[in-house]
Design a protein around this ligand. Structure first.
Ligand SMILES: *Cc1c(COP(=O)(O)O)cnc(C)c1O
Length: 466
């Protein structure tokens, strides 16, 4: 290639990226002190976005400034240390930085021959994950957008396999005329698992629901008789309580009857990566497929989930395509053979960066610190006379402050107070404040500060039962 003179655009681009980095760093610094929820004035200012589409180009630097000034203050402090809503976590610094670099690379992560670097790093990250999560060594995986799509992807492999065993190719011939598949779920399965079953043509309503116990775990003694092509969907980490289904008993029963076992472990699957928490996940490796999120407890930026399938070939059987214009790999792993998408961003990069930067000990420390935080919330709230509704086995705490109305008022007041942010739920008939501790950024001090705020607020809601 002939040498080229440096384009003026290069300096302009550098300035813009440095401006973005400075604005991002300032934003993240401010999360320590600003109210977690956006203030009403910031939300009102979003009206400034309602302009006609510009007729002509605008200087990118002023586009960025406008974004930062109008949208930044209207964000929820999800990346900060005291956001305890929705079990979602923040983003580790190494993963934010890796994400920026990977965005600059702008790789289309579909094919190994076109983007060897990202194909290889994803394969490495998958190998590490299979190891730390205690999954069987034959396991294959896929980087997708989140646990909804991870469930969809893993269950597509399940659908392929149970129908192939029954002599039917679902990829070729679809579901019309196929042998029926029985899908069994726990009564507290995550709604997105049900949605992914709907997307797969397995129906949201035709699932067989198994009763759960007082912590939301599927009752092994109530598992129905299994006959014919069957997929049993279990849960690692109940969305409310954090409880784990009894995998040992359920997988053994399902396998004895020839069924496929799938585990939705959007956040709970990570328990296997800590020696302290791993006993909760006992038997997890017995399943045939698993779904997890990386954008929740692994603390990588959105959007990022991972599907895993034990049976080699089942995932590509459901997902691979080939076409004349696509180069065939020389044995290297083509990510697109495993995912619903062809073109996609290289999500595995941030997963790799999280694992590489934390190491085994850092990962276990983060999970264990978060669980310790949850236990501290539970102990502090119980000591003040409020009712903790669940056994706090993981990172989830459900607390009632009295009647549903009083609890609702406490939730509202906690959210608008701004010290921290927690959600609300109704679980097994009880209205509760739902606390999910899953951010790398949360320190013991953040827990104490948030607990104090909750107690102060609950004491001022007039009819709170003490
Ligand atoms: C969050 C969650 C999901 C859905 O994950 P998304 O990343 O939002 O798609 C599925 N199952 C469980 C148990 C979850 O906690």
């Amino acid at each position: 290639m002939p040498p080229r003179t440096r384009r003026p655009a290069a300096q302009f681009r550098k300035n813009l990226l440095e401006d973005a980095a400075q604005r991002a760093a300032r934003y993240l610094d401010e999360l320590d002190t600003r109210a977690v929820a956006p203030l009403p004035a910031a939300i009102a200012r979003l009206d400034d976005l309602d302009t006609p589409m510009p007729a002509a180009p605008t200087d990118p630097a002023s586009v960025l400034a406008r974004l930062d000034e109008i949208v930044g203050p209207a964000t929820m402090g999800m990346a900060g240390p005291r956001f305890f809503g929705f079990v979602i976590g923040g983003a580790l610094p190494a993963t934010v930085a890796a994400n920026w670099l990977a965005t600059a690379w702008d790789q289309n992560a579909a094919l190994a021959t076109a983007t060897p670097g990202v194909s290889r790093i994803e394969a490495v990250a998958l190998g590490w994950l299979i190891d730390i999560l205690g999954l069987p060594p034959t396991t294959q995986g896929a980087f997708v957008t989140g646990a909804t799509m991870a469930n969809f992807t893993a269950l597509a492999a399940a659908r392929h396999q149970v129908l192939e065993r029954a002599g039917w190719s679902v990829e070729a011939d679809g579901l019309f005329g196929a042998p029926p598949i029985t899908v069994i779920v726990g009564d507290e399965a995550h709604p997105t698992l049900i949605k992914s079953l709907g997307l797969l043509g397995l129906g949201r309503n035709r699932v067989v629901r198994v009763p759960v116990d007082g912590q939301g775990r599927m009752r092994a003694d109530r598992l129905p008789r299994i006959e014919g092509p069957t997929i049993l969907c279990l849960q690692a980490g109940n969305l409310n309580t954090g409880a784990f289904d009894p995998f040992d008993d359920l997988c053994a029963a399902a396998h004895a009857a020839g069924a496929w076992c799938h585990i939705d472990g959007a956040f709970g699957l990570w328990a296997s990566a800590s020696a302290q928490l791993a006993p909760l996940a006992r038997g997890i490796g017995l399943a045939d497929s698993w779904a997890t999120d990386a954008h929740k407890w692994l603390n990588v930026p959105y959007d990022s989930g991972i599907a895993f399938v034990r049976e080699p070939g089942a995932l590509p059987a459901a997902m691979a395509i080939s076409a004349e214009y696509l180069p065939v790999g020389d044995g290297a792993r083509n990510p697109a053979d495993f995912t619903p998408e062809l073109s996609r961003r290289a999500r595995g990069i941030e997963v790799w960066a999280a694992l590489a930067s934390l190491g085994r000990s850092g990962l276990a420390e983060m999970f264990e610190r978060n669980c310790r935080g949850a236990r501290r919330f539970a102990a502090g709230l119980a000591a003040a006379g409020y009712e903790v509704l669940n056994d706090v086995v993981l990172n989830q705490v459900l607390v009632s402050f009295g009647t549903p109305g009083v609890t609702e008022r406490v939730v509202q007041a906690v959210q608008s107070d701004g010290t921290c942010w927690c959600g609300r739920t109704v679980w097994q008939g009880r209205t509760a404040l739902r606390i999910s501790v899953c951010s790398w950024a949360t320190t013991d001090d953040d827990i104490e500060m948030s607990l104090e705020a909750m107690l102060r607020i609950a004491a001022t809601v007039p009819t709170a039962v003490r």
